[in-house]
Design a protein around this ligand. Structure first.
Ligand code: WQD
Length: 337
């Protein structure tokens, strides 16, 4: 079965391509290489002994996209990762985000609804919950006003898909709301490749430990949590990748009654920034240089998933714990020098 993966050379996309190929699917990747590298294809090939088909294509290029779909009518499912993801950049350049993340999504859907098989998995985010009133956060928690254009594109993206499903009987979709994806493939052949200074905690930690950065700034130790630092639900990228495969299989085997569903993907375990640092030191055997600084504007205090829906309905559970994820992230970082 042929699966189209947009943004398939990115961090989560590449690990999902591996998970798909591991299960025997034939993968086609569309990626514009704006935030990824062709080298990732080599990593995927080393791990799975199979090179996915790759097409350099910007989803905003309507005619090339149409041309692609006219040649690939036999696609059984689409996993849509291609998007911009830097919160700060989205505040500075909102129109770029609305174009890359929403115009492109709408073009993709315009083509998808013409195919014989119309199944799509959408990358959404726990950011849609904002500062949740209840923890753990379940899928029925209210959607809060987005704190950034990036976050807004995830909320509107879900709405675009849901509205399109309502208008097209044959279209089936699942939005996966990711918590905090971290780690790398255990072979260290693929991993996260942040451009410039990493904004996310784990790549900043590994780059500090390897000596690329002098020290990690811990943003705030005066939050109302046990140790005063923020709490997140860190999920191994391979667990997240596998969640995409089971979600797609749910659509392709028509197991669901509704044609649009959402699922949280996390471990259900909240870890503070200081706990992550401690776990990293244990996993790597390295001492991490860090200091406490002011809070980072826009950070929520705590977010971790209620995973029951994904556990029961998808039959998916996380398999790799925080320490394993940090070990894999560290092995990947060490390979980059
Ligand atoms: C985690 C914790 C920081 C860096 C991410 C994505 C966002 C959305 C949700 C995708 C926080 C602290 C971080 C550093 C630190 N995902 N931190 N020093 O903020 O949960 O957001 O998930 O849709 O786009 O960015 O993740 O990794 O940035 O931060 O102390 O140098 O680590 O304050 O508590 P976050 P993160």
């Amino acid at each position: 079965m042929k699966i189209l993966v947009t943004g398939g050379l990115g961090f989560i996309g590449s690990h999902t391509v591996v998970a798909l190929q591991d299960k025997g699917y034939e993968v086609l990747i569309l990626d514009d290489l704006s935030n990824s590298s062709l080298k990732v294809l080599e990593g995927i090939t080393k791990i799975t002994s199979k090179t996915p088909a790759f097409h350099k294509l910007d989803l905003r290029d309507k005619s090339s996209l149409q041309d692609f779909f006219s040649k690939h009518q036999d696609i059984s499912g689409v996993i849509h990762f291609a998007a911009s993801k830097a919160v700060g950049e989205s505040v500075e350049n909102p129109l770029l985000y609305y174009e890359n993340n929403l115009a492109a999504l709408s073009y993709l859907l315009q083509n998808l609804v013409l195919l014989p098989e119309q199944n799509i998995i959408f990358s959404s985010s726990c950011t849609v919950y904002g500062e949740a009133d209840e923890l753990p956060i379940s899928e029925s928690a209210p959607i809060k006003k987005a704190m950034s254009p990036y976050g807004n594109t995830k909320q509107i993206g879900e709405e675009i898909i849901s509205d399109t499903c309502a208008a097209h009987d044959k279209l089936k979709a699942i939005a996966l709301r990711y918590f905090n994806p971290i780690g790398a493939h255990p072979t260290a052949e693929i991993g996260e490749l942040p451009i410039g200074t990493p904004q996310n905690l784990v790549p900043f930690i590994t780059q500090t430990a390897i000596g690329k950065r002098q020290e990690l700034s811990v943003y705030g130790k005066d939050y109302p949590t046990e140790d005063g630092t923020c709490i997140r639900d860190y999920i191994h990228v391979m667990d997240l990748a596998e969640a995409h495969v089971v979600a797609l299989e749910r659509l392709m085997s028509s197991q669901s009654k509704e044609n649009f569903e959402v699922f949280n993907v996390g471990t259900g375990i909240g870890s503070s920034v200081l706990e992550v640092i401690e776990a990293f030191e244990k996993a790597s055997g390295e001492k991490l240089n860090y200091k406490i600084v002011d809070r980072r504007p826009g950070d929520v205090i705590a977010a971790y998933a209620d995973t029951q829906k994904a556990n029961k309905t998808l039959g998916w559970h996380y398999q790799r714990n925080l320490e394993q994820a940090l070990k894999d992230a560290w092995a990947w970082e060490k390979k980059q020098v």
